[in-house]
Design a protein around this ligand. Sequence first.
Ligand SMILES: COC(=O)COc1cccc(COC(=O)c2cn[nH]c2)c1
Length: 245
Amino acid sequence: MKLDIVTIFPDYFAPLDVSLLGKARQRGDVDAHVHDLRGWAHDRHRTVDDTPYGGGPGMVMKPEPWGEALDAIVPPGSSARLVVPTPSGRPFTQELAGAYAAEPWLVFACGRYEGIDARVIEDARSRMPVDEVSIGDYVLAGGESAVLVMVEAVTRLLPGVLGNAGSAADDSFAPGRMEALLEGPVYTKPPDWRGRPVPPVLMSGNHGAIARWRRDEALRRTAAIRPELIARNALDDADRRTLSE
Ligand SMILES: COC(=O)COc1cccc(COC(=O)c2cn[nH]c2)c1
């Protein structure tokens, strides 16, 4: 997968060289490049923002630097998917992460201030798919953190990027497995810690009982914390008994 990120804070993406993504880049699974938007701001002060038409607080990112940057990064005739983090975007979900993991080329545009001049998005839409995406109902100072979140969620799904193969398939929001149930508790050695034992079923070697116990814990946690997700799951009689306890 090819990744390009456009930002006025390129140093923000130093973490991309660490952890899983660092290894994926070394192996060539991910070809990531970070671009400083100011490289396409040609005035002496490399200005990237200006006051909003119609008045109002804050500043808006000028269209010219963005237009030149996107033309340089995605030459006319080539096509990438442009992803723009914004509080007013469609929700970023595990499903969307999965769709992005199948994309050959993603370009992320990091907005700052009050946002990017809307004509930049319009112009980009005329030659590539553009998604305005929200990672949650809160406002950040800029898109950089949101891009780190999305890049991590997407690249961990790439074949070979995950440490222990396949654990993405076990994700609580992974399609098909536990559908949309929240993960229950997990345990490792020691068997007794500060007088707190590990649930005995997990030491029983009875894989049917263990799977049942794990699903029950996930059902109970989901019903308690995210009841609206229960309806997204196909429940059997055993599930309904657990939830009625
Ligand atoms: C067309 O898109 C734009 O203009 C984007 O502009 C901005 C302006 C300020 C902040 C951000 C960053 O995104 C979030 O705050 C965000 C994303 N998810 N949840 C919160 C982006």
